[in-house]
Ligand binder design. Structure first.
Ligand SMILES: *Cc1c(COP(=O)(O)O)cnc(C)c1O
Length: 220
């Protein structure tokens, strides 16, 4: 096995073991390989090893890389995990199968309009600023009920919540809070956990983990 296949197998083993410990089914956790900054040559070995869900944080970069990769492998699922400008909503809807970064009213409206126009219906997550950090993207915890109500009124189906906990502190309480917020609002999906903490996230209810470095190595 090459490096990519080895790393993929390792990450999958960690997910499966954490899931079992939490009495969950490994198949209920979607591993998103975060391929931002990595080129097609780095991505292809993971596709060859069977990986199908990939995450990008910029629309432009995804638009440059993925059409060709997808032409070769039709069943790839592409997730947008980075901030989205409202004026790129339609392009994002055309490119991505899931958008994890719905975080404000203007974007809800732009996405609803783009869905109506294109007929496409990706999976949507609201990103929550779970640590209430000043510089961080995401909807404030206190604004979440209003944003979810607005999405429902606009016909935008939100299926889950996404969060990035504050750096350099124990992430578990933040994962538990995101899980609780999702539960409270009847949302089945939780996108949480990155290379350094996806095992903890799985034990606390993650349905989607977003893993870059552990699969691709450090970004240049
Ligand atoms: C880059 C990124 C990741 C992956 O981070 P790693 O630490 O490399 O696993 C996950 N989620 C988001 C939102 C990211 O921007």
């Amino acid at each position: 096995m090459d490096d990519a296949a080895n790393r993929l197998a390792e990450v999958k083993t960690v997910i499966a073991e954490a899931a079992k410990r939490a009495q969950r089914k490994p198949a209920d956790i979607c591993l998103i390989a975060v391929s931002k900054t990595h080129d097609a040559d780095a991505i292809r070995p993971l596709i060859a090893a069977g990986q199908r869900h990939f995450g990008e944080n910029r629309v432009q970069e995804a638009a440059a890389k993925w059409p060709a990769l997808r032409a070769a492998t039709a069943d790839v699922t592409l997730h947008l995990i980075g901030q989205l400008q409202s004026n790129k909503a339609e392009e994002a809807i055309g490119l991505f199968d899931a958008i994890h970064s719905v975080d404000r009213s203007s974007l809800v409206q732009a996405l609803a309009k783009a869905c109506e126009k294109t007929g496409r219906r990706p999976q949507f997550f609201v990103q929550v600023n779970i640590g209430d950090e000043e510089q961080k993207g995401g909807c404030a915890v206190r604004d979440l009920p209003a944003l979810l109500a607005e999405a429902a009124a606009a016909g935008l189906k939100i299926e889950g919540l996404m969060a990035i906990p504050p750096a350099d502190v124990e992430p578990a309480p933040y994962f538990a809070l995101l899980d609780e917020l999702a539960e409270r609002h009847g949302l089945p999906l939780r996108s949480m956990g990155m290379s350094s903490d996806y095992e903890t996230a799985v034990m606390l209810g993650a349905t989607h983990v977003r893993v870059g470095t552990a699969l691709f190595g450090t970004r240049g």
